[in-house]
Every structure is written in C-alpha cells, then in structure tokens.
Write a protein that binds this ligand. Structure first.
Ligand code: NAP
Length: 171
C-alpha cells in the first residue's frame, strides 16, 4: 500500500530504506530503479521487536539518522512501534515521524501520541474511506499513497486521507 510513496521518495533522490518480510517483494524497488544506488532493502519481521530494532539501529549506524520515517505497523506490533520511536529519538529528535493510522487504529497508539511528540517531529496520517454515489468504500492503494505524499508536502501534523466521519458510513 506504500509502494507508490516509496517510489516517490526514490524518484526524488532520497536515500530510502524499506522494511518488509518478503525479500522478493522488496526486490521490486531495486529491479525497477537499477540506476539508483540509495535503496536499502531490509527483510525483517517487525513483530520480532528485538531483531527489528537491531536492524533499524544497524541501518542508522550505516547510513545516518532518518530525516523522515513513514511507519505502517499493524496493532499487534505496538511494542515495536514504541521501541522504534525510542531508538530514533536516541539519535535525533528532529526526525519527521509519520504514523499511519488505519481505521481500526489501536487505543494504545492513540493515547501515546503525546509521548511520541516530545521525542520526534511526530505527525499523524489517518486513513479513512470515500463516499461515492451514496455508497462508501475503502481507499485504494494509490489514493493512500497520494494522500501520504500530500500530507508530506503540506507539512501538516495531522492529516486525513479520504474521510473518517460520519463513522456510521464506514464501509
Ligand atoms: N482506511 C483504509 O482505507 C485502509 C486502511 C488500512 C489498510 N487498507 C487496505 O488494506 C490493505 C491491506 O493492508 P495491509 O497493511 O494489511 O497490507 P499491505 O498494504 O500489503 O501492506 C503491508 C506491508 O507491510 C509489510 N508487512 C506486513 N506485516 C509485516 C511484518 N510483520 N513485518 C514486516 N513487514 C510487514 C508487507 O510486506 P511483507 O508481506 O513482505 O512483510 C507489506 O509491504 C491495503 O492494501 C489497503 O488498501 C485500507
């Protein structure tokens, strides 16, 4: 779902690190952009908190601290999310941290927002839905990616892609 966001940053000559489990899927980026030397693929399960944090830490030591992090972690990895914030903050509190929240975002992620904000340049992007022809549907991957790029360009600290209300119109 964040593939096109990743491509946006690659095409804009950012040095980009991508985390996912399946190296075949990750290879998509180096296959598509063979001329770009700044794509780092990290095959890692973010639910394995210890290995995940170690992988991030190693990446920072190799390439330097991230200017921007775009984070989409499922709610079963809240511990990894909190530790990710801590390891980033240890290096630099100026990292812009985009926390992508799905429609079923966990309460833990919501209540910890203030804590995040003290440590990093914390920004939230909520993924909503669309109402078209009086029926509602979830966002497409392209709409999600474009929304995240718009959020980045706008520099807003809170951004909603699509709409999150009225809640009784959720698909
Ligand atoms: N409000 C909305 O409209 C809304 C909100 C959320 C999602 N959605 C939709 O729901 C669909 C499914 O979303 P999704 O997030 O489940 O799947 P997804 O879009 O396929 O994204 C999951 C990504 O995270 C990686 N990933 C997943 N679990 C991981 C783990 N434990 N460790 C490391 N990387 C992991 C996956 O790569 P690997 O498999 O290689 O690990 C993949 O790159 C999306 O395509 C989107 O359209 C809509």
């Amino acid at each position: 779902m964040l593939r096109e966001v990743t491509e946006y940053f690659i095409l804009n000559n950012f040095s980009v690190s991508v985390i996912g489990r399946d190296i075949q899927k990750l290879n998509y980026f180096t296959d598509k952009f063979p001329g770009k030397k700044t794509i780092d693929l990290i095959s890692q399960d973010y639910c394995d908190t210890e290995s995940f944090i170690k992988a991030v830490d190693t990446n920072i030591k190799l390439h330097g601290i991230f200017d921007i992090v775009i984070s989409w972690l499922h709610s079963n990895a809240n511990n990894s999310l909190l530790q990710l914030i801590d390891v980033l903050a240890k290096y630099n509190s100026k990292t812009i941290f985009y926390h992508i929240k799905g429609s079923a975002s966990s309460s833990l992620a919501q209540t910890k927002s203030n804590l995040f904000n003290n440590k990093l340049d914390y920004r939230e992007i909520s993924l909503g839905f669309k109402i078209e022809n009086n029926s509602s549907r979830w966002l497409t991957n392209t709409e999600i990616s474009n929304g995240i790029i718009d959020a980045y360009m706008s520099k807003k600290t809170k951004y909603v892609v699509g709409q999150i209300e009225p809640t009784d119109r959720r698909p």
